[in-house]
Design a protein around this ligand. Structure first.
Ligand code: HDE
Length: 702
């Protein structure tokens, strides 16, 4: 079938260039077999190394040149291959892009997720925006949708990008802090550049702490343009909605995860794909006819604004599935080169000044990162569409061009390659005229209404997290005047927000505002109001020691697996855990190498000896107590309840086999193979809830 052919051709291309390492003799780069690589060639056993040891010199020289510059922003990332398929053809009324409109087509993709501020080795779980960059290898050429997990950006004009990035990056004097926005220069910039306030509000929200790349939304951010077969344009915003819903970690947790597993998000993506739990997102679009360009109280060209979903619904287009991990991180995830100007017929730009700047920057940055103009020939960047042009030579040229000509027009090669023809990209014929000026449009100048919309749309717990985040970040700012200026800005968004933040950072609380909150809400902005409830792929720790109720544990594990969750038995050590009743159990993990922050929920099974041993172990008690503190689902059955009591977790426990659910803590006195279905259902229900926010403590809010 035609769509399989497109996919196969990408896979075949990759196969052809994939290095075959297995069962081969070691050779030099020239193909000469090497007899020995443990010792350099020396004069005698203790003598000097010889210049003529070409193997030694080649090996070391290559090693010395292994690094390429990391991305200036988005340096830390994780990627995967997959495919995109439209559900049906309705979008054909608006665009000629076949990969979005032909349900018979499966288009191969590579997606790279990333953090923005940190360097390549920084921790995954920091407070930051996440990159969500998708390369579609379409038959008409590569299309890159280089988006983020926030729908708005920090600045309106690309000329401010170096200023913004310099402000958020580690400070120039001492390169502190790494991968963190909580420092003077960022907040100095924010206080003086109010267009940042909307994206900053997102940054202070739970959106900046995704539980998983698989559980975050993606946005194209800019208003782009779809173009139909008649040349008619329609404004479009792109959205990715994760099948598993949008879920976050909490602040106390992310800081601990950064130590316990700095690769938390990268590992999560890798493990899910290896396990066959292929992450999925739905692509949706908001469409605005060109006649409605000025129908909004903000400018569609302003990338610091959203179109509220309640105003223009997100209409589903198709499904993205990630189903294959890369074979080599450097070759694929590091060398992939995205570019906002990689478009295909049917998709075009608008005059959003941020997008226009990006259309310059991404090509420019690849030249320095990938060392020359031939990076599109790297396997991960190669289109599945055929490439013919007269571009020649340059560093890293892999093609052996055989044509006698490299110019157009020519008579010698039959005027090939020749421009035009069916399917050629034609730019949308937008009419523009005006004077050359350096001036921000007046229509870009409302900096406060949309941050207020976001703030108004939060549930109480989300709002508390935002206040706590501002307090933390500004609490790290050493200059008092910067704190004061930020509170002054917040006052224009919402007086209550400004007062609550001020109270935590030693700044006098403002008493009035000249800009009252408009009171509007967009419920779609909350992660809690309208959330997807699902236990699929959630990780559950089951704490066990010798004497555990093997039959009850087996029933719990089987039940969770049946629901698509990922239970792991965490023992006091690795190895076999002897069961008091039922079968012995193999520990999947050992307590000293794991932490509750790496799991979504915790269960403590029956078995008096097991419970006794866990109840005496400080690490086990901390494990349960911390999960409780982080508002996660906790379950125990039979003697396992003792461990909850010892850890001071929960207050109302079951007194019989009927399960009791109290503040996300699920208990029953039953055990063994008779573990009631109602208990298992209740536990799954609590996990699906993501967190039990009614059990909040001040610590959690912070
Ligand atoms: Fe980027 N951005 N950006 N950016 N961006 C880069 O390109 C830039 C912006 C985004 O996984 C760089 O290859 C400018 C918005 C992602 O490889 C660089 C401006 C959005 C990625 C660059 C922006 C993004 C990048 C660094 C303001 C969300 C990672 C390395 C005009 C819609 C892609 C590279 C990957 C990467 C420039 C603003 C998202 C320097 C000048 C807005 C996801 O070219």
């Amino acid at each position: 079938m035609a769509h399989d052919a497109a996919r196969d051709s990408k896979d075949e291309q990759l196969d052809a260039v994939r290095a075959v390492d297995d069962d081969q003799s070691l050779t030099t780069q020239q193909g000469v077999r090497v007899d020995h690589t443990d010792d350099a060639l020396t004069v005698g056993e203790r003598g000097p190394t010889l210049m003529e040891d070409f193997h030694f010199r080649e090996k070391i020289t290559h090693f010395d040149h292994e690094r390429i510059p990391e991305r200036v922003v988005h340096a830390r990332g994780a990627g995967a291959y997959g495919e995109f398929k439209p559900y049906d053809s309705w979008l054909a009324d608006y665009t000629t892009a076949g990969f979005l409109t032909d349900p018979g087509r499966t288009t191969p993709v590579f997606v790279r997720f990333s953090t923005v501020a940190g360097s390549r080795g920084s921790a995954d779980t920091v407070r930051d925006v996440r990159g969500f960059a998708v390369k579609f290898y379409t038959r008409e050429g590569n299309y890159d949708l280089v988006g983020n997990n926030f729908p708005v950006f920090f600045i309106q004009d690309g000329v401010k990008f170096p200023d913004f990035v310099h402000a958020v990056k580690p400070e120039p004097r001492n390169e502190i802090p790494q991968a963190a926005s909580a420092h003077d220069t960022l907040w100095d910039f924010v206080s003086l550049q109010p267009e940042t306030l909307h994206a900053i509000m997102w940054l202070m929200s739970d959106r900046a702490l995704p539980r998983s790349y698989r559980m975050m939304q993606g946005f194209g951010v800019h208003t782009f343009r779809l173009v139909d077969s008649g040349g008619r344009g329609t404004f479009v915003k792109f959205h990715w909605k994760p099948k598993l819903g949008t879920h976050s970690l909490i602040w106390d947790e992310v800081q601990k995860v950064a130590g316990a597993d700095p690769d938390f998000n990268r590992r999560d993506l890798w493990d899910a794909i290896e396990a066959g739990d292929y992450p999925e997102w739905e692509l949706g679009v908001q469409l605005v006819p060109e006649s409605d360009e000025f129908a909004f109280d903000f400018d569609l060209l302003d990338a610091t604004k959203i179109i509220p979903e309640e105003q223009v619904p997100v209409r589903p287009v198709g499904k993205l599935t990630l189903n294959r991990n890369p074979d080599n991180f450097f070759a694929e995830t590091e060398q992939i080169a995205f570019h906002t100007a990689n478009v295909v017929p049917g998709i075009d730009f608008t005059n959003d000044p941020l997008l226009q700047a990006r259309n310059f920057s991404y090509l420019d940055t690849q030249l320095i990162r990938l060392g020359g103009p031939n990076f599109a020939q790297l396997p991960v960047n190669r289109p599945v569409a055929e490439v013919h042009n007269d571009q020649r030579d340059g560093y890293g040229q892999h093609r052996v061009h055989t044509s006698e000509t490299s110019y157009n027009k020519n008579s010698i090669s039959g005027d090939r390659p020749r421009p035009g023809g069916e399917g050629a990209y034609t730019h949308y014929a937008e009419k523009v005229e005006g004077a050359k000026i350096r001036r921000r449009s007046e229509s870009f100048k409302d900096f406060y209404s949309q941050p207020a919309l976001f703030w108004n749309s939060m549930t109480d717990v989300e709002a508390e997290h935002i206040v706590a985040a501002y307090r933390f970040e500004l609490g790290k700012v050493t200059r008092h005047d910067i704190r004061v200026r930020v509170v002054e800005q917040l006052r224009h968004i919402d007086l209550d927000l400004a007062r609550r933040v001020a109270a935590g950072i030693g700044v006098p609380a403002p008493t009035e505002t000249d800009r009252p909150n408009h009171g509007q809400r967009s419920p779609a902005l909350s992660q809690i109001t309208d959330r997807v409830r699902d236990v699929a792929t959630r990780k559950i720790a089951i704490l066990a020691a010798d004497g555990v109720d093997g039959a009850g544990l087996a029933r719990l594990v089987e039940d969770l697996r049946g629901r698509g969750a990922v239970p792991e038995v965490v023992g006091l050590t690795d190895g076999t855990i002897r069961a008091g009743a039922g079968d012995d159990v193999q520990a999947d993990r050992a307590l000293p190498t794991m932490a509750s922050v790496l799991y979504d929920a915790v269960a403590v099974p029956c078995g008096p000896d097991s419970a006794e041993a866990l109840g005496r172990d400080g690490r086990a008690l901390h494990f349960v107590a911390e999960a409780y503190k982080h508002a996660k689902a906790v379950a125990a059955f039979g003697a396992g309840l003792k461990v909850l009591r010892a850890a001071r977790v929960g207050t109302a426990y079951a007194e019989g086999t009927d399960p009791v659910v109290d503040q996300g803590v699920v208990t029953t006195t039953a055990h063994g193979a008779e573990l009631p279905t109602a208990f298992l259902d209740s536990f799954a229900d609590q996990i699906a809830d993501h967190r039990c926010w009614t059990r909040r403590t001040d610590d959690v809010a912070a």
